[in-house]
Design a protein around this ligand. Structure first.
Ligand code: SF4
Length: 477
């Protein structure tokens, strides 16, 4: 039950005949809801006419029966779920973004954060551009639109725009006649496509969304690839596919992605179970039961139990009927969330020595609450084991941890953290275990190691941007 959030999930569909693609987008976004609960949106393309609905809220809150009935049949659709950080939480930042330009229009859905966003914004403003956007997605949409005016096709414009962008971006872009999927050259965020029995092509952040709409997985979009779907077929542009190392976000496997998804050939459930096995080898302990914190600690707990021979047990019941109110950010709300979300099973844990497995400790608040719940339920000893290394560095590639201030492992030793959260012992996975966890060494581990795969924004760039934002807010007021 990590205290950090993924930013977004994206979806696209391309059909040969008009059909209910808004309905398909609805179910796919439902499957991607874990990637963002603050806002969502769908843009439907009916012969070049775009129908858009976006709002703050979860998929079932935003897309009521009445709203869904307003969507006509169409041949293309783009969808998005968002957990917002850059640009804040307001209606203006809901996606997909729709832009009208001199050669047509486009709708764009984005997952990730640009690591050179501050630099790009300054360049746009210095170059005399009238740029009012605040989010990375608006920067990307602006650059693609600018390039579109100089190029013969939308895919060529996307290709040229990618020369400017650095950092994490998985994109789904819809023009009047084409659907495009593009992934940054390091492949930070996942993106894949599949096909349904009716020959509708489906693009999604995770394979779980393909399964939800009955599409068969075809393959992942390659890091750096631009894949275009149009009436002439599917066209792949690999000119941005580097020979360099891929740096896929390891946290997708640890926490963000759904366990039934497969990313770049590695099953998320398998990776988490491996993490549990490695953890059992690295930090063995005498105990009576292994308990996973629902949901993302469960797979690793199974791995720990298998490797250690200590029985796996259900220590908690998770309340499945909690609405978005309890998933919204904010320390005050977080304090209550844990007790409302999780309930320990007293008869299972009472008097026992528990190995408690969770995916990460970010601020420490949630872990402390969970340990406390087990103590209250009568657990005799609690040995906390974390299926990732200590989180010590901010992430600039699409999560909501952008400052060291919030990270408990930056300010305390492991022994101190154990004391703060009230555990009898605490053990983490090591950075070098991650390669064995996913069977590859091509991943980003910057939040653990501090080794960033791109240049990162300086404080001066951030301050300048935040200063401009507050000036703009003052003017609005
Ligand atoms: Fe993922 Fe961490 Fe890299 Fe961010 S810094 S992309 S969370 S591995």
């Amino acid at each position: 039950m990590a205290e950090l959030h993924e930013e977004c999930g994206v979806f696209g569909a391309y059909a040969k005949q008009p059909m209910d693609l808004a309905g398909m987008a609805y179910y796919a976004l439902y499957a991607l809801q874990h990637r963002g609960q603050e806002s969502c949106g769908i843009v439907l393309n009916d012969d070049g006419v775009f129908t858009t609905h976006r709002d703050l809220g979860t998929v079932n809150e935003v897309f009521t029966k009445q709203k869904m009935e307003q969507f006509p049949s169409g041949t293309m659709a783009v969808g998005h779920v968002r957990y917002g950080t850059t640009g804040g939480t307001n209606r203006a930042n809901c996606q997909p973004v729709v832009v009208n330009h001199m050669k047509g229009k486009l709708a764009l859905a984005h997952n990730g954060n640009l690591s050179n966003a501050f630099e790009l914004r300054s360049k746009l403003e210095l170059g005399g551009a009238i740029f009012h956007g605040t989010s990375d997605t608006e920067i990307i949409a602006y650059i693609i639109t600018q390039q579109r005016l100089k190029t013969p096709s939308i895919e060529e414009a996307v290709c040229r725009a990618m020369d400017f962008l650095d950092g994490a971006y998985s994109l789904v872009i819809m023009s009047s006649a084409k659907m495009i999927a593009a992934r940054d050259p390091r492949g930070f965020r996942p993106l894949c496509y599949g096909v349904t029995a009716e020959d509708t092509y489906v693009i999604a952040s995770e394979t779980c969304a393909l399964s939800a709409v009955g599409a068969k997985f075809v393959r992942d979009i390659l890091p750096g690839e631009i894949l275009t779907f149009d009436e002439t077929g599917i066209h792949s542009n690999t000119s941005h596919c580097w020979k360099k190392e891929k740096t896929a976000c390891i946290f997708e496997y640890i926490y963000f992605a759904r366990p039934d998804s497969v990313i770049d050939g590695v099953g998320v459930h398998d990776a988490r179970k491996n993490a549990g096995r490695l953890l059992a080898r690295r930090h063995p302990v005498e105990a009576d039961m292994v308990v996973g914190v629902p949901d993302s600690g469960l797979d690793a707990a199974l791995g720990y139990a298998e490797e250690s021979g200590i029985p796996f047990g259900l220590g908690f019941i998770k309340n499945k009927y909690i609405g978005r109110t309890f998933i919204s950010p904010g320390q005050g709300q977080r304090m209550n969330q844990v007790r409302i979300k999780l309930s320990p099973i007293g008869q299972e844990v009472r008097g026992k020595r528990i190995v408690l497995i969770d995916d990460s400790i970010v601020r420490g608040t949630t872990s402390g609450q969970i340990v406390n719940l087990l103590r209250e339920a009568g657990a005799r000893e609690i040995h906390m084991r974390i299926s990732s290394p200590p989180f010590r560095n901010p992430c600039y590639y699409g999560t909501d941890i952008d400052s060291r201030d919030k990270l408990i492992a930056c300010h305390h030793s492991i022994e101190e953290i154990a004391q703060i959260i009230g555990a009898d012992s605490l053990g983490y996975l090591a950075v070098e275990d991650l390669t064995e966890m996913i069977g590859s060494n091509q991943y980003c581990h910057a939040c653990f190691s501090g080794q960033y795969p791109t240049a990162i924004p300086t404080n001066t760039q951030k301050d300048r941007f935040e200063g401009k934002l507050s000036q703009r807010e003052k003017k609005k007021a």
